[in-house]
Design a protein around this ligand. Structure first.
Ligand code: PBG
Length: 434
């Protein structure tokens, strides 16, 4: 069960298992069972509150609780008979452990713990919320019929585009996740130095988008715009003989890729390549083809990060040589994110993305404060796999760390989160555990 800090996903349509009540925790009185032992059914504070009550129970308290157990009619009758209730008793102070020092109260006029005292108060004052509507679910697809497990990402699969993918999307929709982003595993035979398969209208991605849109017209489909899955060099752009990644020539290919995805029905194209000027060029290319309604989510601050390792294994897309440091950003840089931000805003990006997520919360906050545009955070493969591994080794509580890290990405300022945990976390938020 999700902990109390994760509040109701009320903005999503009512879906199976989505029980807003279980997050409100406002029916404390009616949940008290009085005849047997004192217990609270509240799913959140349940166990600990129960112990607390029994420990503190005094006769006066019992009497008070019995009054609480009266029906409305009994209450009305008591008031009509002139028995207006007294204020609830101040519970006697429970005993402290032997050896506790006896001190006089500190003269504090501010005690922040007052606002954290009960579940209801903590829920009232919670500043950030997390909902399945905030998640975008990244899904790996391939031409195969089977779903193949990804070794470095426990719980993730390369899904068969015809069956496994459709089922996974249906499960996600059941718990309010209606946005996905597609990453294709392309057979080596189709990879070339110029990545031309990226704009084949009958390629894996456009074909999959058409199938998904036919089945789920309201599904929001994000696509990845970059050459790496299609490049025989494993780079996001075209590689010159001397190893230089060619900028403008790559942008030309990316425009064709984005238009091909839009033609298939993509809602949001997402350039993750980090070439200069690609947002403006893609916007112009989309508009020229009549795709004014198609959004662009720019990978604005994408760092040259080692946290992408498991993803590259999943797609078999490791660069054949060198690294991506001439186009992805230096992890040591903060101000430079503003340079990318200004370019993307001026060129017409609709959503700005920061990647990776948790190690770059300061950058998320920077973009949040400097731009009115929606901000996306990408909790990348390495972040996911570390939490999974820590959970398997029983070093951390996987579910709690998952929920906390997602909440922290929201607190830092992201509107949406691309996360491999989307389905698992949404099920948690909906009170389902599988
Ligand atoms: C490449 C791309 C990468 C990811 C998304 N798109 C890897 C890279 O830049 O090498 C990484 C996502 C992840 O690690 O989860 N266009």
């Amino acid at each position: 069960m999700a902990s109390a800090m994760f509040s109701t996903p009320c903005s999503v349509r009512p879906v199976k298992g989505l029980d807003c009540q279980s997050y409100a925790g406002l029916r404390l009185n009616t949940d008290l069972k009085l005849n047997t032992s004192v217990s609270i059914k509240s799913k959140k504070d349940g166990q600990s509150s129960r112990r607390l009550f029994i420990a503190r129970a005094s006769e006066k308290r019992e009497e008070y609780l019995q009054k609480l157990g009266r029906s409305n009619e009994e209450h009305e009758a008591a008031v009509a008979a002139g028995n207006v209730p007294e204020a609830p008793p101040i519970p006697p102070t429970p005993a402290a452990p032997a050896g506790t020092p006896v001190v006089s109260s500190l003269p504090l006029n501010r005690r922040p713990r007052r606002n954290r005292r009960t579940y209801v108060m903590r829920a009232s004052f919670q500043e950030t919320t997390l909902s399945p509507a905030n998640f975008v679910y990244p899904l790996f697809i391939h031409e195969g019929e089977e779903d193949t497990p990804i070794g470095a990402m426990p719980g993730c699969y390369r899904l068969g585009w015809r069956h496994g993918l459709i089922e996974e999307v249906s499960k996600a929709r059941d718990v309010g996740v209606n946005s996905i982003v597609l990453f294709p595993k392309i057979p080596d035979a189709l990879k070339t130095p110029t990545g031309d398969e990226a704009y084949n209208d009958n390629g894996l991605v456009p074909r999959t988008i058409r199938l998904l849109k036919d089945k789920y017209p309201d599904l929001v489909i994000y696509t990845d715009v970059a050459l790496d899955p299609y490049s025989s060099d494993g780079h996001d752009g075209i590689v010159r003989e001397d190893g230089v990644i060619m900028n403008d020539e790559t942008v030309h290919q990316l425009c064709k890729q984005a238009v091909s995805q839009a033609r298939a029905g993509a809602d949001v194209v997402s350039p993750s390549d980090m070439m200069d000027g690609r947002i403006g060029a893609i916007r112009a290319a989309l508009d020229a083809e009549g795709f004014q309604h198609v959004s662009i989510m720019s990978y604005t601050a994408k760092y040259a990060s080692s946290f992408y390792g498991p993803f590259r294994e999943a797609l078999d897309s490791n660069p054949r040589f060198g690294d991506k440091k001439t186009y992805q950003m230096n992890p040591a840089n903060y101000r430079e994110a503003l340079v990318e931000l200004q370019a993307d805003e001026a060129e017409g990006a609709d959503i700005l993305l920061v990647k990776p997520g948790l190690p770059y919360l300061d950058v998320i906050r920077l973009l949040r404060d400097k731009s009115p545009l929606p901000i996306a955070a990408y909790q990348v493969s390495g972040e996911y796999s570390m939490i999974k591994a820590g959970g398997v080794l029983k070093m951390i509580d996987e579910e709690k760390v998952m929920m906390e890290s997602l909440m922290c990405l929201r607190r830092a300022g992201s509107d949406i989160i691309l996360t491999y945990f989307a389905l698992q976390a949404a099920r948690c938020l909906c009170g389902e555990k599988r």
